[in-house]
Design a protein around this ligand. Structure first.
Ligand SMILES: [Zn+2]
Length: 422
């Protein structure tokens, strides 16, 4: 256990957070002076998590703000709301701002045999106009799938699923493709599709019905197509909400989840559920010795490619990151009964001992796709809490969650934090 001595002056706080955050050039720290934080009262450690009402109310409050798209005024409102809730729970808060360039589609399309097909450039794509032949890549576009076909100087087309968009794009570029089309695995086009890494080639998403017939045709005949990835980059400012007990500059665990959502989606399950669960864990730990080993973070810019968590780890010092026993990330934990946990094997082993009823998962789902990946990339042990894909994911219907599941996730999170820190 490491406790950091408190300093009566407020300047230490700015200094410490500045020291942690200063190495990231675009990050800056603002003191939050809207509400005076009060001292947490010391209370006995509670064994049972609080009832769902407050947690569910947080989800409702976030959902009622409308889609929480990074760089929009709604995020200022949402970050103020979260800061206020953390201060009410007895924590200090800081907003870490960061900037990144966001790709906006301005009407991309494909033209095959004189027929125009609507397409959407994925965020993180590069713009471009291409006239080339089309090559269908088998399966889901892993490197060995690309090895089975010749995509050199061609546009590759592949199905969505199994691995991240960014990995497909990287495999395509490595195999010599000059463009990539990803076929959706459900009707309609992509909502908010984003590459978790910047691609070297244009990457467009198209609907499943048009895409699957295009794959069929490309397998039978040599098809020529014109690809137009039309879009522009805009600089947006993201806002991470960092909550910490007064004086704690080196936590042993970071508990977090993203609070942004994709355009058009109110983001109840993805990810007001995780945001509210992290807040509920913070409320339950408040005033206990365990709280003094934790920081809580609501990340922004996740849906555009894990920008908030990356800004945080890039700004942190190596010693700070080395001092972390775990980063626990909660993303989509309010729908589907079975709670799944992925991550570093020593930690998932511990999680299974603490909570035998959780399901462990591995592979790329545990490694990428959400904010824990930014910490894993810096060598921090991670745990990822998730309840799996659901039909309303990234749609305007992602409007509600099951309060019981929020409560259960909070309890599991608390049990694991206690085991980890005691
Ligand atoms: Zn999410």
């Amino acid at each position: 256990m490491t406790f950091v001595k408190t300093n009566p002056a407020n300047s230490w706080l700015r200094a410490t957070l500045a020291a942690i955050l200063v190495s990231f050039p675009t990050a800056c720290v603002q003191s939050n002076t809207l509400t005076k934080a009060f001292e947490p009262s010391v209370k006995a450690e509670t064994k049972q998590a609080q009832t769902t009402s407050a947690t569910y109310a947080d989800v409702e409050a976030l959902v009622n703000m409308g889609p929480r798209v990074a760089g929009t005024p709604v995020m200022e409102q949402a970050s103020n709301y979260l800061s206020e809730q953390y201060r009410k729970a007895g924590y200090k808060t800081q907003i870490q701002t960061f900037t990144y360039s966001k790709f906006e589609d301005l009407g991309s399309n494909l033209v095959v045999d004189g027929t125009t097909i609507n397409a959407q450039a994925l965020k993180g794509s590069v713009p471009g106009k291409i006239d080339a032949s089309l090559v269908a890549v088998p399966n889901f576009g892993r490197a060995d799938d690309f090895a089975k076909v010749n995509v050199k100087d061609a546009v590759a087309i592949v199905k969505r699923g199994e691995i991240r968009f960014g990995e497909k794009a990287r495999n395509a570029a490595n195999a010599g493709a000059i463009g990539l089309i990803i076929v959706n695995n459900k009707p309609g086009n992509f909502a908010g599709g984003a590459l978790t890494e910047a691609s070297k080639i244009p990457v467009l998403g198209i609907s499943s019905n048009q895409g699957n017939s295009l794959i069929d045709r490309a397998q039978k005949n040599r098809l020529n197509l014109k690809l137009n990835a039309n879009g522009q980059n805009r600089v947006v400012t993201g806002r991470n909400v960092i909550a910490y007990p007064e004086g704690v500059t080196q936590p042993q665990v970071i508990i977090g989840g993203h609070y942004d959502s994709v355009a058009g989606a109110p983001g109840a399950n993805d990810n007001a559920s995780g945001t509210a669960t992290v807040l509920a864990i913070a409320r339950n730990l408040s005033g206990t010795p365990l709280a003094r080993q934790a920081w809580f973070i609501a990340f922004d810019g996740e849906e555009d490619g894990l920008h908030g968590s990356r800004a945080f780890v890039n700004a942190a010092t190596p010693q700070f990151l080395k001092g972390l026993k775990a980063m626990m990330n909660f993303d989509m934990v309010g729908v589907n009964n079975q709670l799944q946990i992925g991550g570093t094997s020593s930690l998932t082993g511990l999680a299974k001992v603490v909570e035998p009823k959780v399901e462990l998962f591995g592979g790329s789902a545990a490694n990428g796709g959400s904010d824990h990946a930014s910490f894993a990339a810096k060598g921090v042990p991670i745990l990822f809490f998730y309840r799996g894909y659901e039909a309303n994911y990234h749609t305007p219907n992602d409007k509600t969650v099951d309060p019981k599941l929020l409560d259960e996730t909070t309890q599991v999170g608390l049990d694991i934090v206690r085991r980890l820190l005691q």
